[in-house]
Design a protein. Structure first.
Length: 140
């Protein structure tokens, strides 16, 4: 088993394929083979505008594509993800979100090992947001 040295370089991951962070954090950080993607929301990457008001399905799709863009910018794929965390504002949005999430996983995870996932119900930082998703991956 190969281990990364404790002093493996930590790098910030940036991409135009996901919205720029609104506050004081990185889109993603990679240290050795570990890549953490910050929480992404339903924003257009080019304008940072929140999209699809009131439509959790469309917001989930946009949010997952933003997560995927950061993963790819950090050298990972959806298959490298160990854990997704999904934050929803309403319990009744779980079913529609889960359907879109399942379609996304089916499209991008071909090795048959689905990532772990936790879903939490919270109040999100922008009223337009129905969903936020972050991810942790091990590259390679």
């Amino acid at each position: 088993m190969t281990q990364n040295p404790p002093n493996a370089e930590k790098t910030e991951v940036r991409t135009d394929g996901a919205p720029a962070p609104a506050w004081v954090f990185s889109q993603g950080v990679r240290k050795g083979p570990i890549l953490q993607v910050s929480g992404q929301g339903p924003q257009d990457p080019a304008t940072a505008e929140y999209v699809h008001p009131g439509d959790v399905r469309a917001q989930t799709r946009r949010t997952l594509e933003n997560v995927r863009a950061v993963l790819e910018a950090g050298g990972a794929s959806v298959e490298d993800v160990l854990m997704f965390r999904v934050y929803l504002t309403k319990r009744e949005d779980f079913g529609p979100m889960n359907e879109v999430y399942g379609e996304f996983i089916e499209a991008y995870v071909k090795d048959g090992v689905k990532p772990c996932r936790t879903t939490v119900f919270v109040e999100l930082p922008n009223e337009a947001m129905l969903v936020e998703i972050d991810a942790q991956a091990v590259v390679g």
